[in-house]
Design a protein around this ligand. Sequence first.
Ligand code: SF4
Length: 414
Amino acid sequence: MRKDIYEKMEILSNSAKYDVSCSSSGVESNYKKGELGATHSSGICHTYTSDGRCVSLLKVLLTNYCIYDCAYCINRVSNDIPRAAFSPRELADITINFYKRNYIEGLFLSSGIISNEDHTMTLILRTLKILRNEYKFNGYIHVKLIPGGSMELVEEIVKLANRVSSNIELPSDKSLKLLAPNKTKASVLQPLKYARDISLERERKPIGMSTQLIVGATPESDKDILKLSSVLYDKGLLKRVYYSAYIPVNDKNKLLPSTITKPPLLREHRLYQADWLLRFYDFTWDEIVSDEFPNLDEEVDPKTSWALNNLKYFPMEVNTASKEELLRVPGIGARGVMKILSARRFKRLTFDDLKKLKISIKRAKYFITCNKEFQKQVPFYRENIKAALTKPEPKKIHQPSLFDLQYSNITGEL
Ligand code: SF4
């Protein structure tokens, strides 16, 4: 790679690393003698296809010049950082070179706003046209749409991309006004609405759409965040919301947490678990959070928290409970439920049978009976069960690493 291109690449891949739409962001381990492999804080990220395949992507900005001044963003116009911009040709060439060398299988392309919204979208579109039409590149492309971009440009991009997204970042208009004065929720959602309508009009498979919400930069509760996600899922605007624990990058703005504040990783993890309940377990947001408890319990996962607050539905008999009921048992995931449903067609299940089916009962044992047997460990009261569930293990206390949290955010293991 030419030196000037290499320098641009370093600046622009580094500037893209705060976007969490790929799970490997932020994981860093350098090469060590005698060991194999290394990760870098930016450059290559991974995404997962609907069949669970992991795809490596070149994650980069077209430019980190930006006319907007979003206080939480490293690329804001008022921040004094090295700036760079690729031309569409340069970026298309890099993508193809990396692809041919087997470094990547696709591209995750975002950008700061240079000159104006439509000019930036035009540059992105040009990059896509070179890749798709000239180089006949058929790999995965994810494009971050620019808030306020025109419908014609969104339409052209939707034709060429596999996934588009537009980052809402902050859950309320009030916070956006304070910290991202050039944006409104409507201006961020507009391109996604265009993209949804265009793909539906053409009766093609709806294009995958996602957004990112920053967690912990502003005072909104988990209730505000989950309610917003739920509305966006219900409207068919999004396939996925990514939650990003705020990493302080601005020590001048008094409205933001100070730069010594640690990113709220556990809160981010609980939000991913709650999101999983919304999308795959038929929970509604107001079952998970409420006016009384607007924030998720950090001590237990959201499904366990719901069960503890609704002990009237438990203990549940695994031999007679419906599929929907079993899905609400803490510690039993969708796969476990399918195993139970198929095994109980042949016999009444016991706790030993669940073990043989490789269904963990570590958490579930407090909430189920098997053939009327209840492995009663503690009195059946909320406080007693919660104390038993959160009691540290005597020998090995496993603190979840960043990798564990990210893995679980992808698989949604609950
Ligand atoms: S528009 Fe995007 S790149 Fe520009 S300052 Fe705001 S968040 Fe950063």
